[in-house]
Design a protein around this ligand. Structure first.
Ligand code: FE
Ligand code: FE
Length: 209
């Protein structure tokens, strides 16, 4: 992967740009992403860089996030304008390319889609989406021990469960739900149902022999 700079440099810059808690979370996501990459056969370096940079735009004050989007011609929706924290993914993807020298679009896409998820994610996108939720410093979400184990057994199943938990959490809080999260959940729910049907057909077939 051709890339300006390296992970040590990226880490040094991030340490200045992020608060302490976010920096710790960032390292947790990078290492968890690398473990998942080992398990599922993704490039370790891509996983590390995407993990390190996924929240690189998270700690700017809201008005700075919006100002940067305007400066770099990044479109902002009405929902994002009302809740500017949501733009950290697309602003982060932009900064990864233009400030951190990332040229690999798999890495950029994984940063871009890490918050909402999306239907039919690539392996690296799934790894970052899941690592963001299960990294060791996270402690608030329910059933984390179970989801952590699941992530290393069936990545798609972990994606589906995390999407569902995210939607439920946002609904309970009365927060705006990004359409993409709902689309992503519907997609993985359908895939899961398809798989279950296939399994029951196979079982039935075997039983019939
Ligand atoms: Fe994030
Ligand atoms: Fe994060």
């Amino acid at each position: 992967m051709v890339m300006k700079g390296n992970v040590t440099t990226i880490r040094k810059v991030l340490k200045k740009k992020l608060d302490e808690e976010r920096y710790e979370h960032t390292l947790g996501v990078a290492y968890t992403a690398m473990c998942l990459a080992m398990k599922y056969g993704e490039d370790l370096y891509k996983a590390e860089v995407a993990g390190l940079l996924h929240d690189c735009a998270k700690c700017y004050p809201d008005e700075v996030k919006l100002a940067k989007c305007e400066k770099y011609n990044i479109s902002v929706t009405d929902v994002e304008r009302r809740n500017p924290s949501l733009v950290h993914a697309k602003l982060g993807a932009f900064l990864a390319m233009n400030k951190y020298g990332v040229t690999d679009m798999d890495v950029v896409d994984a940063i871009l889609n890490h918050t909402t998820g999306k239907p039919a994610m690539t392996l690296l996108e799934k790894i970052i989406f899941v690592a963001d939720y299960i990294e060791p410093r996270r402690n608030k979400a329910p059933h984390l021990d179970k989801i952590r184990r699941m992530a290393f057994e069936d990545l798609d199943e972990a994606v589906r469960v995390i999407l569902k938990a995210t939607l439920e959490y946002l609904q309970d809080k009365g927060s705006a739900i990004d359409e993409m999260t709902a689309h992503a959940w519907e997609y993985y729910e359908k895939e899961w149902e398809k798989e279950r049907k296939n399994e029951s057909v196979t079982e039935h077939g075997e039983a019939g022999i």
